[in-house]
Design a protein around this ligand. Structure first.
Ligand SMILES: *Cc1c(COP(=O)(O)O)cnc(C)c1O
Length: 500
């Protein structure tokens, strides 16, 4: 044991006892002082927090226009907008973080991956110092989200795009089946802290196209905090609707679209002690940004050339930018990838804005799309998205319903099982490959944002060719056969002939 203390660096491998994961309760509280084993990781971390790592809210436009401001707020305040009504952003004290070099941070983050040590085994909280540096570990509500599979899409890349270095970051293989878990663990943890600080918060509310409400309800249920969700009636999938219901949220189904729900919840939360959990809330982006850091980490801190992200309310395109940029500023990497935001053609205000050369932004009335989580016509984070794209030499693409469903079917045919939003991102990739913008050898990451199992209805409709005005050219419907040896042999022989 003594040998551990002789190299008691936080960077040395953890000698934590390993608890079998299946017995791991939702929340584990670690004792930090008992054995010398644990000193190889934890006390130093505590010391780091004491080194005044901190973060605060500042107006987003002070960042985007690079103008210093006196306006800032503690993260313990309940505030969503700046004085002038603009967006806020969480700003970290980078000078404090820079007391440690890039090598240090890489090793620290790498040393925490996949451990059971509360809360660092989470892909989000393994970057705690860069997320919410001041929160107590005991106040964190986590489902050990993140650490999602960065999948080498070998067959899809080679077969359809002539690419050998294509990757799909499966963020949707997650606690509630979408990447919204990454941000929600941060928001609900902070709300948990605020309630302990006796701030007047009775519950947390959101308007949602489905995934946000699922994540909010799950994390609130784990924390025993009431959650209230506003959902557009008949516009989300059954799987998404059942999640908040099962997790005990107060579900209000409203006969409007997402933009209508968003407007209502903003009015309601200004009157009632309900904390607003929409991505207007910049806390969530701090969790979402860890997916970008994680991508770099999974490539051993090599920077991919392109990252493609489906966008609706547009917080995430900025969150990814922010994660990459922070790694560059802190010296973990020396550049950032070019970002592509992919929109459904039926809800494409950012695409139209981009096409106008950023001269004319017009909210649109979002039409129905299979990519229902991005069916948003008036994105709250439009300014964040434009900033992210301009500073990453970014591109915006769009996908029609037929394109996104075909791309989804093609991806599934190579062994994936992706959601329609990922189909939007893959369509963008196919277009940019076909017009030569993305070269065959360039390392490209497509961010898959939700689990395909949340969107089985759209797949069923596609494969049974039930979609109006769509050829469904890659449909693979089941063959109906009589319960009779001859008939079964006949269809099988035909099938085998087609394969040989
Ligand atoms: C929320 C969400 C998005 C888009 O994120 P924005 O920040 O709203 O642009 C994409 N896909 C899925 C599945 C989502 O839930």
């Amino acid at each position: 044991m003594a040998s551990y203390s002789s190299h008691s660096s936080i960077l040395s491998p953890s000698h934590q006892p390993h608890h079998p994961t299946k017995f791991l309760p939702f929340k584990v509280t670690c004792t930090t002082t008992t054995t010398s084993n644990q000193q190889t990781t934890l006390p130093q971390t505590t010391k780091k927090s004491a080194l005044n790592f901190s973060a605060k809210y500042v107006p987003f436009n002070s960042i985007s226009t690079n103008t210093p401001t006196d306006e800032s707020y503690s993260l313990d305040e309940i505030i969503y907008r700046s004085n002038s009504g603009g967006l806020l952003d969480v700003q970290h004290d980078l000078e404090a973080l820079k007391q440690y070099d890039g090598k240090y941070w890489k090793s620290l983050f790498d040393s925490r991956v996949g451990k059971t040590t509360w809360p660092y085994g989470s892909g989000v909280w393994s970057k705690k110092e860069w997320v919410l540096p001041e929160i107590d570990d005991d106040d964190i509500i986590s489902a050990f989200e993140g650490n999602s599979n960065l999948f080498w899409a070998e067959r899809f890349g080679k077969k359809f795009l002539g690419m050998n270095d294509l990757w799909v970051k499966h963020c949707g293989i997650s606690h509630t089946g979408s990447f919204k878990d990454l941000g929600m663990t941060v928001l609900v943890s902070q709300v948990n802290r605020l309630r302990k600080l006796k701030r007047p918060l009775v519950g947390v509310g959101c308007a949602s196209t489905g995934d946000t409400s699922a994540a909010l309800s799950a994390y609130c249920a784990a924390a025993d905090i009431p959650s209230i969700v506003f959902l557009p009636a008949n516009k989300i999938s059954m799987a998404q609707l059942v999640q908040p219901i099962a997790n005990g949220a107060f579900v209000i189904s409203i006969d409007t679209d997402f933009d209508g729900c968003m407007k209502l919840i903003r009015e309601v939360t200004s009157e009632l002690p309900i904390y607003l959990a929409n991505s207007l809330n910049s806390l969530r982006l701090e969790g979402q940004k860890t997916a970008a850091i994680e991508i770099l980490q999974q490539f051993d801190w090599e920077v991919p050339d392109w990252v493609i992200i489906p966008g609706g309310n547009l917080g995430n395109i900025y969150a990814f930018y922010k994660g990459f940029k922070m790694c560059q500023e802190m010296g973990l990497v020396d550049r950032i990838p070019r970002l592509v935001c992919a929109q459904a053609a039926n809800a494409n205000p950012l695409y139209m804005y981009y096409k106008s050369g950023w001269t004319n932004f017009q909210p649109v009335k979002a039409n129905t799309t299979f990519a229902s989580a991005i069916q948003i016509g008036d994105p709250v984070s439009i300014d964040r998205a434009v900033y992210a794209l301009k500073n990453s030499n970014g591109i915006v693409e769009e996908a029609t319903e037929e394109e996104l469903m075909d791309a989804t079917a093609l991806a599934d045919s190579t062994g994936m099982f992706i959601c329609p939003h990922t189909g939007v991102a893959l369509t963008a990739l196919m277009k940019l490959r076909n017009n030569g913008v993305i070269a065959p050898t360039e390392r490209t990451v497509v961010v898959s944002t939700a689990h395909g199992l949340k969107f089985t209805q759209s797949k069923i409709e596609y494969h049974s060719k039930e979609i109006k005005d769509m050829a469904c050219q890659f449909a693979n419907p089941p063959v109906e056969v009589k319960a009779e040896f001859g008939s079964v042999m006949c269809v099988l022989n035909n099938y085998l002939k087609s394969k040989s």
